[in-house]
Design a protein around this ligand. Structure first.
Ligand SMILES: *[C@@H]1O[C@H](CO)[C@@H](O)[C@H](O)[C@H]1NC(C)=O
Ligand SMILES: *[C@@H]1O[C@H](CO)[C@@H](O)[C@H](O)[C@H]1NC(C)=O
Ligand SMILES: *[C@@H]1O[C@H](CO)[C@@H](O)[C@H](O)[C@H]1NC(C)=O
Ligand SMILES: *[C@@H]1O[C@H](CO)[C@@H](O)[C@H](O)[C@H]1NC(C)=O
Ligand SMILES: *[C@@H]1O[C@H](CO)[C@@H](O)[C@H](O)[C@H]1NC(C)=O
Ligand SMILES: *[C@@H]1O[C@H](CO)[C@@H](O)[C@H](O)[C@H]1NC(C)=O
Ligand SMILES: *[C@@H]1O[C@H](CO)[C@@H](O)[C@H](O)[C@H]1NC(C)=O
Ligand SMILES: *[C@@H]1O[C@H](CO)[C@@H](O)[C@H](O)[C@H]1NC(C)=O
Ligand SMILES: [Zn+2]
Length: 906
């Protein structure tokens, strides 16, 4: 599935750069809301929860019966399905949108059994003449046992068919059902998405199966290793087009109950997992690749969006990306077509359904008139991520969800390589450290983190599976994506050997080990990698250049946090230490024990820098003398140190200070050289880290020492007085830091500049294509924010997929934060609590730093614990832990930080 969401830099800048006037704030909010529905800490799957409806069911106390276990038994293996579905795009007499279906599956019996368990959830079945919910036929002359009884096991989401006698090993059977379900608006399973075109409401029927919703659409063996071929047929109204994983084979028209209906059949899919199925019925239009491309590529979306060329960028890049990936994986794209479709309502960023990739509109559409650079980068990296899955994930699939990280992590990594191929001038690979590694560091330095790889038996229920879609899964895998391992992986025949089947991560280690390329490893791949994937967290490596000694320690951001999970590896890692000495001398050593000593790390006068280009997943600390030498180098000629490491020095120093490992003033001093710095990566690192100070102090003094004047002047210069775009891509990003820091710290000319931009923007408000809200000049900030909050739970005004982003964005505003907190406490039971998510709580409470706020949070926890809803209690626990840490941090550091800041301003 597509990755999480970023907050837009340009909009952050609008908000801060223009000051906190009511109108401006609201205006910024509305822009953010519509154009930038992405938010950093908001997980891709937040903001939605599947609403359940009743089905004929049986519940029983947990027992040892097969139907009370969540995993399928291994007695039956599906071969192919024939599925016909008919979504109704108008409500029935009761006002409900439904779909009807007929589905059959051919399966083989592998072990003797008189029980058929097949997933089915929230579907209502038509009874057969024998009064059963299904019909069983033997194939190849086998006679099928009669059905004794059929029922639905709600908890484990099974249809249970008890047979009068046993199925025969080696024989195949055909299990047939007819059913109907709700085409609801819950963004999961077969669901509906709505939009208006020329004032007419349009309904789209679409799907999101991953991870466990295929069972909500038709009865199926809904586990990733139960791969099968799917023959699909869709019925749909005239004027609509039906799409699925395979190419359309043809459309016929006929009449049912006096209505004209179209029937579209699709070519059979490859052998694949149920979670990769997709069906869409819509009035969308498309643009397609020229006939000479040997893969048919189509970009689908709302007529208006396609006609205004918003799909052009996606179409332009898709073919080159597929060609790049074919070459990269040394495997041809296995399908005859690649459809990509943008949906008005979509929960994640995108979904890699094989042959029919579904996207949020913002992840596929790019409009040069209104979209920012970051939007374009988002589009290209989401497309590359999803297309990378066509091989890694779809062709070769994890056996069970506990290895989801193999799919997601690798797709996230490859997305940068492919994006670099289609946008070679952007240097996009340099952003990996900041966007992935540092993001993983943040969550992985908490005691509430978890190992990358879970045991298969720890991830059983749909809720547990859902929770795997987190930052660790998507980003921590970058530990193994070092160039050397990557080359090894690609020269192994992993993809060829496991094509159309499933793997566990040890299959990958085995392949890597077999290759045994030129890389010198100090231990087996297994021994090295298990330490990184089977225990949570990562080390901080401390190098003492006075003695050459080097030690590792589990890095935890809260100094008093206690790790209560034991690790087989004792929280020690095999760490590849790469180093650079005074700009010339380079080397590498493996740290295999808690401490070691290496002669080359000893130095009296040279500086030593470790973790070159941050290719290792660890932080670095040094003896005070070496820190001083590094600072001296930064302040004299910073360019001797690679740009990624300049960002690393700042990020490591601030995090080490927060963990009480080094003095906070040392961290602050790493930012002094920025006076001379022009590059984006170090600036971004500083801005990101100072945000915590800003959150804790709410004072502009925090940014004072950054001395943004030279950077501001530099940009004024290279843009010819702000009349042109900076030439380099990273500079276009850094221009935003330059202007926002300059305005925050009162650099002369900055506020005049942003006011001028704002006036220009107001003259041309069409650049906000979705302007739905009316804002009056006279309203007070707080009352508008309150009104806006009320909008957020009105589904007519704000799409469900966007509620979390909208609320968290308001909470980021100083005036908005307390309002949001009151609002959430008053409305947490809205829509059965479906809008309440971990991302929301984190977004709202991250500034909490007083005893009063802590008490409120604790009371809130008690209130919801006493309620009947199932909330993410872990998120509240984390918020309490964070608030306590903030209170302590402020009490210990405030005076020292303020003193340093005051000294600098003299
Ligand atoms: C399933 O559909 C395929 C393709 O239409 C057809 O050839 C096959 O006979 C069907 N299988 C059954 C058991 O009806
Ligand atoms: C399925 O049956 C249940 C119980 O009769 C009913 O509440 C529900 O609305 C039905 N669902 C559909 C989609 O018809
Ligand atoms: C797509 O490619 C065409 C032809 O190279 C080019 O003219 C057009 O500007 C591109 N569109 C976008 C949005 O990149
Ligand atoms: C690509 O795959 C072919 C077999 O399909 C193999 O012969 C060739 O060596 C592979 N090339 C690389 C670079 O791995
Ligand atoms: C793999 O390489 C290592 C180090 O070069 C060597 O010690 C080992 O014997 C090799 N193993 C095989 C199976 O070739
Ligand atoms: C470090 O990354 C830069 C790009 O930021 C690259 O030019 C340089 O070669 C890399 N250095 C090493 C030692 O890999
Ligand atoms: C941190 O450094 C500052 C300035 O060098 C010093 O005044 C302060 O005492 C140090 N704090 C600690 C805890 O060592
Ligand atoms: C920018 O504006 C200043 C006056 O504000 C002027 O002196 C300078 O020549 C201008 N530079 C460019 C490149 O237009
Ligand atoms: Zn993915």
């Amino acid at each position: 599935m597509g990755k999480g969401f970023y907050i837009s830099k340009p909009l952050g800048f609008v908000l801060f750069g223009l000051g906190a006037g009511a109108v401006l704030t609201i205006f910024a909010l509305s822009v953010v809301y519509v154009q930038e529905k992405r938010k950093n800490e908001v997980n891709a799957r937040d903001g939605t929860r599947i609403v359940t409806t009743a089905a004929p069911h049986r519940t029983s106390a947990p027992s040892n019966e097969a139907w009370d276990k969540y995993r399928l038994p291994d007695a039956l293996l599906p071969e192919y399905y024939n599925v016909t579905l008919w979504p109704r795009l108008v409500p029935d007499e009761e006002g409900m949108y439904i779909f009807t279906g007929k589905s059959g599956v051919v399966f083989t019996c592998l072990k003797e059994t008189n029980l058929i368990l097949i997933h089915s959830n929230e579907l209502n079945f038509t009874l057969t003449s024998e009064m059963h919910h299904a019909k069983l036929t033997g194939l190849g002359g086998t006679s099928a046992p009669a059905i004794l009884e059929t029922w639905f096991q709600t908890q484990t989401q099974f249809m249970v068919i008890q047979l009068k006698r046993k199925l025969q090993v080696g024989k195949s059977y055909w299990l047939y059902t007819e059913f109907h379900g709700e085409l609801s608006d819950n963004l999961g399973g077969f669901y509906r998405s709505e939009y208006t075109e020329n004032d007419v409401k349009k309904v789209v029927a679409t799907t999101q199966m991953q991870p466990t919703a295929a069972r909500n659409v038709f009865p199926c063996f809904d586990e990733p290793s139960m791969k099968a071929v799917f023959h699909l047929t869709l019925l749909h109204p005239p004027g609509t087009v039906a799409l699925s994983n395979g190419m359309e084979l043809g459309t016929k028209s006929f009449t049912i109950d006096n209505q004209e209906v179209l029937q579209t059949r699709f070519e059979p899919t490859e052998k694949m997992s149920t979670y990769l199925l997709a069906f869409v019925v819509s009035e969308f239009t498309n643009i397609r690749s020229p006939p000479e491309a040997n893969i048919l590529i189509r970009i689908w979306g709302r007529r208006e969006a396609i006609e205004s060329c918003q799909g052009d960028y996606a179409l332009n890049v898709t073919f080159p990306i597929l060609k790049y990936l074919e070459n990269y994986y040394n495997t041809t794209y296995p399908l005859s077509k690649s459809d990509q479709i943008a949906l008005p309502d979509f929960a994640a960023g995108a979904m890699e359904n094989w042959g029919l990739v579904t996207y949020r509109e913002l992840s596929l559409f790019y409009d040069p008139k209104v979209s920012s650079n970051e939007d374009k980068e988002w589009v290209v990296t989401v497309i590359t991520h999803e297309l990378a899955h066509m091989w890694f994930g779809n062709l070769v699939t994890m056996r069970w969800w506990n290895d989801l990280w193999l799919n997601e992590g690798f797709a996230s990594y490859v997305s940068y390589l492919a994006a670099d191929y289609v946008e070679p001038t952007w240097n996009i690979k340099d952003l990996m450290v900041q966007q992935q590694v540092q993001k993983a560091f943040d969550v992985d330095s908490l005691v509430s983190s978890h190992p990358l790889s879970s045991r298969e038996d720890e991830v059983i229920t749909p809720d547990q599976i859902d929770q795997l879609f987190d930052t660790i899964t998507y980003s921590k895998v970058f530990i193994m994506c070092q160039k050397q391992l990557e080359i090894t992986l690609l020269s192994s025949n992993y993809l060829h050997e496991y094509a159309y089947s499933n793997t566990v991560y040890t299959d990958l280690w085995k392949k890597l080990q077999e290759v045994n390329s030129s890389i010198q490893l100090p231990a087996s791949i297994n021994e090295i990698m298990n330490r990184w994937i089977l225990q949570m967290g990562f080390p901080v490596v401390t190098i003492d250049t006075r003695t050459g000694s080097i030690t590792q320690q589990h890095f935890l951001i809260h100094p008093e946090a206690v790790v209560d999970k034991p690790s087989d590896y004792n929280y020690e890692w095999f760490v590849p230490i790469t180093w650079l000495k005074s700009g010339s001398n380079m080397g590498q050593h493996w740290l295999l024990t808690k401490t070691a000593s290496y002669e080359p790390m000893k130095t009296d006068t040279d500086w030593l820098l470790a973790n070159l280009n941050v290719t290792g997943y660890y932080r670095v600390n040094y003896d005070p003398q070496n820190w001083e030498r590094l600072l001296t180098q930064l302040n004299s000629d910073h360019k001797v140190i690679p740009v990624l490491n300049r960002g690393q020095i700042i990020d490591d120093a601030f995090n080490l200070a927060r963990a009480d490992i080094i003095n906070i003033t040392l961290a602050l001093r790493t930012t002094k050289y920025l006076y001379e710095e022009k590059e984006y990566i170090p600036w971004e690192s500083a801005v990101r880290n100072l945000e915590y100070f800003f959150l804790m102090f709410d004072r502009t003094e925090v940014y004072g020492p950054l001395k943004a004047q030279p950077l501001f002047d530099h940009f004024k210069d290279i843009t010819s007085n702000w009349t042109q775009k900076p030439p380099r891509y990273m500079d276009q990003y850094n221009q935003i830091n330059a202007v926002s820091m300059a305005c925050k710290t009162g650099v002369k000319g900055c506020s005049e500049l942003t006011r001028m931009w704002y006036r220009q923007w107001m003259k041309n408000p069409d650049t906000n294509p979705y302007g739905k809200f009316e804002f009056s000049d006279s309203v007070q900030a707080s009352s508008s924010l309150s009104r806006y909050l009320e909008y957020s739970i009105d589904p007519n005004l704000i799409r469900k997929q966007d509620i979390t982003y909208a609320i968290v964005y308001i909470a980021d505003n100083v005036i908005g934060q307390p309002l949001v907190w009151d609002f959430v406490r008053a409305n947490w039971d809205f829509d059965d609590g479906s809008f309440f998510s971990g991302g929301l709580i984190n977004g709202i409470t991250k500034k909490f730093s007083t005893e009063f706020e802590l008490q409120q949070l604790q009371r809130f926890k008690e209130d919801i614990a006493a309620s009947s809803f199932t909330f993410d209690m872990q998120a509240i626990e984390r918020a309490i832990e964070q608030t306590k840490a903030n209170i302590k941090w402020i009490s210990e550091n405030k005076a020292q930080v303020m003193n340093w800041l005051i000294e600098q301003s003299d």
